[in-house]
Design a protein around this ligand. Sequence first.
Ligand code: ADP
Ligand code: MG
Length: 687
Amino acid sequence: MPSSTSASAIAPGPCERPVTALAGIGPAMAERLARLEIRTVGDLLFHLPLRYEDRTRVLPIRRVAIGQSALIEGEIVAQAVVGRARPTLVCELADDSGRMAMRFFHFSPLQRRRLGVGTRVSVYGELRLGPQGPEMVHPEYRCGTEGTLQEPVLTPVYPSTEGLGTKALRRAVRAALACALPALTEYLPKAQCPPGPTLGEALRLLHGPPAGCDLGPARTMLAFEELVTHHAHLLTLRHTKGRATGPKCRVPGQLLARFLEALPFTPTNAQTTVMGEIRRDLESGRPMRRILQGDVGSGKTLVAAGAALIVIEAGFQVAIMAPTELLARQHMETFGAWLRPLGIEPFGLMRLRAGAETRRARARDCETRLVIGTQAMFQEGVDFERLGLVIIDEQHRFGVHERQALTAKGRAGARRAHLLAMSATPIPRTLAQSIYADLDLSVLDERPPGRAPVTTVALAETRRDDVVARVRAACLGGAKAYWVCPLIEEGEQDLKAAAALHAELARVLPGINVGLIHGRMKAVDKDRAMEDFARGPMQVLVATTVIEVGVDVPTASLLVIENAERLGLAQLHQLRGRIGRGGLPGHCVLLYKPPLGDMARARIACLRETDDGFVIARRDLELRGAGEVFGVRQTGLPGFRVADLIRDEALLPAVAKAAAALAQGAPAALLGLRRRWLRERHDLGSV
Ligand code: ADP
Ligand code: MG
């Protein structure tokens, strides 16, 4: 990076100040914000709402549907404390149109006095059907002289974290808007941007839009700036790459040949082609920078093993990084079984705690030829003696930063380790080329043969008994089944749900070995569960979505997904990719809570029609339509906060143009944008 772009080139404005510069934010709050990666006032500006609540209109009680959240105003007409063991405060509220109750499981004597009969209240909450009719449980409210909860614009709901209340977060963002928005730098010339609001206008709108306002153009402006930043940044990286040298791996390829010979199957044509591309890179003397794309189950691991063997034969070390410990341990198994006969024993590096020093030393030692681990191996200062190749599995789970930090490890003077990133993200080639501007692309566009198709059915959860019967029959026939209980918020509640489901299934499936795995379990317990399921006696594995990425148990042929209506299409596709891996025909049962909404119905129909990840991603976007602004990022691409490649595909030509101009002619602006979008705290240009 030229020195003119050093951090000092941009004078710090209000956006660069720490959050503690804002009134009302002290060190404790700052610490909580930091957990959301929010450190500066600018970060707060770019902390975007997940969704909005509509408190702009007061609705008559009668017009609010069960399940709808609404603002209601009325008078308390009755109050009672019911239940002796667990007293509950119930206040009956009436407006001109009808009545509803407010229910409080926890309340203070003061609260009870203030909510006395005759008091006027303004209430916001979700209407549910309670034992005595419509009610809101623990709604937000103001009473008497406190005024109303009514707001002039939609109320943003921000992604939050433990100990950080929605209201506090809202206040913080509001303070940031007041202080920094007027001074916000518009780095991109208006003529290069899509038509619509400026960045500043877009932010103001997104943090508090009028009801019924179309947020599309505002979102597009943010997505555009984000994409331009990534693209320009990658262009500068590619520039530096041209000058580096990589470990030269020109070898006879004996290890690879022996490995392929011992495999119980032959590689697909796609696998062979891609291994050829990789081999040419490895021999070239330039550092390989390659992304391998292939849908779930296309056999990326085999290609990774092939690449590793070339590099190992040339006398270098190989490091494989997986996004979860579960997946890293699975790779330990797979690579162990494949490579042990060749005298190569993988070394696992997960979380370093006890004995960290010796483990680190062992990984570093060039006698250790293959190291498999999670981010920990790079975060905790392991310096490899002769790192030749870094393989990142499921790379879309990592940000651009982590990828850079990783490859930086492989640097020795001008020499850099080779990089192979792997991803199942279903995006078309042109898009991939644009988004991984710093990488060369290989595609596995063919699945291994002999895969029996997976049938998918959707059943209302009232038919659970039928499903249990089916699982029982399948297990008695020797099959294995996943039963997925998705965690929506990883809260205690959800874990209880998984544990309860486990207990229930163990009860109704006597004589069948039912296990449990979830994200909060200790690593050893997770391992044991996975091992028991993959190769041991366990027949049914109750799992949270921890199994979503990469898990490969070819003998599992049944998959039941609870609350399927709550999951997005991409996630369902990934989950379904866990079965139909061996020769056994797979069956996927989507259990849902009736009544099924139109959206959920369409999602399920799509899954039944196709198992092509790309088609599914497109369909998902169509279904979500323009109505959803941010939502869960289904394509899950590296580090994008606003942009969605499938949705924003049409922007790409303009993005490429603006990025090229930025990368060539405006280094200071690019640095500012990198700070804004990549949240860079220091100059990463030298990586
Ligand atoms: P993914 O691309 O999702 O990472 P994996 O590498 O886990 O897929 O491969 C899925 C399964 O297919 C594994 O069990 C693997 O052993 C098997 N497999 C890979 N390549 C072939 C092949 N050429 N023929 C048959 N089975 C294969
Ligand atoms: Mg995989």
